[in-house]
Design a protein around this ligand. Structure first.
Ligand SMILES: [Zn+2]
Length: 193
């Protein structure tokens, strides 16, 4: 369901991509800080985050992942590759890409299990259980409050990115067995290899 008033954000692709912070960097464990006001710094950060996300073919990116602590994430699920044997994704409930400032999940329902990755954990894909639908609220780049319901991959992406803003990472959502299975990769990431 698309709620009224979710404005399209016209993103103009640029070259301002930043290096992605990898698992093991302490900034990924920081709690984000509330953005009080949308200014040029925030607008530039949003563009940098989008450029970086697209350059790495991600569907979402949180500010911590480029070493920043503003409460901000960007999401675009339209580039996700369809998975054979899985139902097609519902159309996203809001125009893509979306820049979410100070996002909150105000309601969640149901559950879904599906493969999840993270640009800060390259080559790690694990099945993670998430809520099937979420209602999210956030501030947009015009400083206006927005609210929308999301399901499918978009709901998963919102939950993943909001975890980042709390310093919670993919590894924290894994079962013990999953963590054991990717322990070698995690160790190499932490060593910066
Ligand atoms: Zn991530």
């Amino acid at each position: 369901m698309r709620l009224p008033g979710v404005a399209r954000f016209d993103y103009i692709p640029g070259e301002m991509k930043q290096t992605i912070v990898m698992y093991g960097n302490p900034v990924l464990r920081e709690k984000s800080r509330v953005v009080e006001q949308v200014d040029d710094t925030i607008r530039t950060l949003a563009r940098d985050m989008l450029d970086t996300m697209y350059a790495h073919e991600g569907v979402g990116l949180a500010a911590e992942q480029i070493g920043r602590t503003e409460s901000m994430c960007v999401i675009d699920v339209t580039g996700a590759k369809p998975r054979p044997g899985r139902a097609p994704e519902p159309a996203p409930a809001m125009p893509m890409p979306v820049v979410m400032i100070n996002p909150k999940i105000t309601a969640m329902d149901g559950s879904q299990v599906g493969p999840e990755g993270c640009l800060s954990f390259p080559e790690v894909y694990v099945n993670i259980r998430r809520a099937a639908t979420v209602r999210a609220s956030w501030m947009d780049l015009d400083g206006k409050m927005q609210e929308a319901d999301a399901s499918g991959l978009l709901a998963r992406a919102i939950q993943h990115e909001l975890d980042h803003l709390e310093g919670v990472l993919l590894v924290d959502r894994m079962s013990v067995a999953q963590r054991v299975a990717v322990a070698g990769k995690l160790k190499r990431l932490k060593r910066g290899e």
